[in-house]
Design a protein around this ligand. Structure first.
Ligand code: FES
Length: 109
């Protein structure tokens, strides 16, 4: 069983905008709004720890600001670049009322 914690409210996270970055069990996690759906990935590139939340977001694809690896924010899947096929961990997200909550359970694939 996983626990969920509130990381913000719906009005703090606009579609396609800057993600909210939070500390979950001493790991930075970036939470995105993609067309009204919410996703969370670890804010650490699987190539060499680049801060993905600082990368450019196009649709649901974020590009690592360090060496250009691309990841699908909705699944954590590594798509191209030096990260190879090493996906970034994800966290479940849910909305309760106007609160955005994420699971404290880190999911790897
Ligand atoms: S640290 Fe992200 S591509 Fe190198």
């Amino acid at each position: 069983m996983s626990d969920f914690i509130t990381i913000g409210t719906l009005d703090e996270l606009s579609p396609g905008g800057e993600p909210i970055v939070v500390d979950i069990n001493r790991r930075w996690v970036a939470v995105y709004n993609i067309d009204g759906n919410y996703y969370a990935i670890e804010d650490r590139c699987t190539h060499d720890d680049g801060p993905l939340a600082e990368g450019e977001l196009n649709g649901c694809i974020v590009t690592c600001p360090r060496h250009g690896a691309r990841f699908d924010v909705t699944s954590g899947e590594a798509l191209s670049g030096p990260a190879g096929t090493i996906n970034v961990p994800t966290y479940d997200v849910r909305v309760v009322g106007d609160e955005i909550q994420i699971s404290t359970k880190r999911k790897t694939s």
